[in-house]
Design a protein around this ligand. Structure first.
Ligand SMILES: [Zn+2]
Length: 366
């Protein structure tokens, strides 16, 4: 009898455990997006995956445009392109720029493998394009070169016009000494008035680059290729090599508020989909109970670039806003980690968060 009661108790405990896991770990009850293939040329974990948000026609036009320019034209086989439908208009950042970055977009994008998201919107020409984290917000009424420029940001490049910010010592393209560029020119002005750039009229400075065949300039092109060939630390959230649908994968969504000197981070959900395969100068580490790192990855620093061409000569003008906006990290959910530690691009630890969503969900409900 005791064994029987013990067995029943154990069964109930297991059932309750499974029930609470399912309650807290299921995706919100909404129909998933459809991931549309635009051009698939290899397994996503080996490719640079670009996800368009827009119509099928728009995605094809911008894909073909991108693949016509270096360094993408010579390396076109390294890219996959996907597309999801656009569900709502993008926000306007301070009424000056298109700003498509949001938690909602991130959830929608998770149905496709993606390193970068390119959100396309037919907006008034006065609205600047922007780049934040892994999302480029493209105003389709600006010259198409703006795609090259914003994608340059997603690959880590800083502004090469005077944008009033210090790009920092880790900037790939803005340097303090000409000797740091090899075999290229050296020109004053790169994000601020004191830093130097390697190309006079490249696409990180103007929407009419001087060398149409090599719009970023040779030094910056090498930096982009460096980023493209960094080995992926983790298959895009897939549980196994055989899985290819993001609907079979899952990730933890971490919300980070960088507006105070001590960033606030919290795990807000476990959702179905692929983690973003981001790369950048900031990083996070997933820790077990003994604070051993079980997984780590890099991500783009939270710097919002806004770019428009107010002059007829296509020289860019814009502003850069640092650590002013919430951002979201999608981290692997299957590592058994207990917490996440987030480090900024200068190497300073800025936030730590518990990854136990069960407890948090209870706290939020009470
Ligand atoms: Zn820019």
């Amino acid at each position: 009898m005791l064994v029987f009661i013990g067995g029943i108790t154990f069964f109930l405990a297991v059932a309750l455990f499974i029930f609470t896991q399912a309650q807290n770990y299921s995706s919100p009850a909404k129909s998933p997006e459809t991931c549309n293939d635009v051009l698939i040329q290899g397994p996503p974990e080996k490719q640079t995956n670009i996800l368009f948000v827009g119509t099928a026609d728009e995605a094809e036009v911008y894909r073909d445009y991108l693949l016509a320019y270096e360094p993408f034209s010579s390396n076109r086989e390294m890219f996959n392109f996907y597309r999801i439908d656009k569900k709502s208009d993008c926000a306007r950042y301070k009424k000056i720029a298109l700003y498509c970055y949001s938690q909602e977009l991130q959830s929608q994008a998770a149905v496709c493998p993606h390193d970068f998201i390119v959100a396309l919107e037919d907006a008034p020409v006065s609205l600047r394009a922007s780049a934040y984290m892994e999302v480029a917000s493209i105003n389709t009424n600006l010259p198409k070169t703006v795609l090259l420029h914003e994608l340059g940001h997603l690959f880590g490049l800083d502004e090469e016009y005077e944008a009033g910010y210090n790009p920092g010592i880790n900037s790939p393209n803005c340097k303090t000494r000409c000797g740091q560029f090899t075999g290229t020119g050296c020109f004053q002005e790169c994000s601020d008035g004191t830093h130097l750039r390697s190309v006079d009229e490249g696409v990180m400075r103007t929407l009419s680059p001087a060398d149409d065949a090599n719009p970023y300039g040779s030094y910056n092109t090498e930096r982009i290729l460096d980023r493209m060939t960094i080995p992926r630390s983790k298959i895009a959230g897939f549980a196994s090599q055989e899985e290819t649908s993001c609907l079979d994968a899952s990730y933890l969504l971490i919300e980070v508020d960088p507006r105070q000197s001590e960033w606030q981070a919290r795990a807000i959900a476990k959702e179905r989909g692929c983690t973003a395969q981001t790369q950048g100068s900031a990083s996070y580490a997933l820790k077990d109970d003994e604070m051993n790192t079980v997984f780590s990855d890099t991500f783009t620093a939270p710097r919002l670039f806004t770019d428009g061409n107010e002059d007829a000569d296509n020289t860019l003008e814009g502003q850069t806003f640092e650590s002013k906006n919430l951002f979201y990290l999608t981290v692997p959910s299957d590592t058994g980690a207990a917490s996440v530690v987030i480090t900024d691009s200068a190497g300073n630890e800025r936030a730590q968060a518990d990854l136990n969503i069960n407890n948090r969900a209870c706290e939020m409900l009470s």
